[in-house]
Design a protein around this ligand. Structure first.
Ligand code: IMP
Ligand code: MG
Length: 181
């Protein structure tokens, strides 16, 4: 495989990810059974493979939309985000489930949550494939977690280093020499 030399070890195989995503889908289906018109909001670009797997496992009449945000460079503690691609959907009075690849400091998702509530969302929850709680800086609670990871840099299944490795079907730890050069 082209990336064999860059991956230190595999953390989660495609089969493990799919199995866990099915469980999350069942849980979300149960929890939102009484909600009407749940809106899944996938944060570009990292969450796309997980989002695609998850959306079909939620047995409810849901809608989805995409958003792309980036942190402002140079103001890392401000928690300010820049919207690169906004939603096309009006979120007022909607229940929203944000779909993330990985929650690290939590600052990105915290700013998105605040913005959605500001726009009148009824509820905003988070589902993330990976959670890296040891590095949390924002005071947020993550509602649905695929797997917890240690404070290591991971790639694959949507997650990148310098836009590479997103298309790997598994999640792995990148060899330090790949990002230290
Ligand atoms: P934060 O929670 O605001 O610190 O940022 C989370 C975002 O940073 C994620 O959505 C990813 O795009 C990226 N990120 C954080 N940790 C990793 C990692 O280990 N590998 C790849 N991307 C990461
Ligand atoms: Mg992301």
């Amino acid at each position: 495989m082209w990336a064999d030399h860059s991956i230190d070890r595999v953390l989660f195989s495609e089969e493990q990810i799919i199995e866990r995503t099915k469980e999350l889908g069942r849980q979300i289906t149960e929890d939102y059974a009484d909600a009407n018109n749940l809106l899944l909001v996938a944060l570009l670009r990292g969450s796309v493979p997980f989002f695609g797997e998850l959306a079909k496992r939620i047995d409810l009449d849901i809608e989805y939309d995409f958003m792309d945000v980036s942190s402002y460079v140079g103001t890392q503690s401000s928690g300010q985000i820049k919207i690169l691609k906004d939603l096309d959907t009006v979120v007022a009075n909607r229940d929203i489930l944000l779909v993330e690849d990985i929650v690290d400091t939590g600052k990105t998702i915290q700013s998105v949550i605040e913005m959605l509530y500001h726009r009148g969302a009824r509820s905003v929850k988070i589902v993330t494939l990976l959670d890296k709680p040891s590095n949390r800086k924002a005071d947020i609670s993550v509602d649905y977690i695929g797997f917890e990871v240690a404070n290591e840099f991971v790639v694959g299944y949507g997650m990148d280093f310098d836009q590479k490795y997103r298309c790997l079907p598994f999640i792995g730890v990148l060899k330090p020499e790949c990002y230290e050069k």
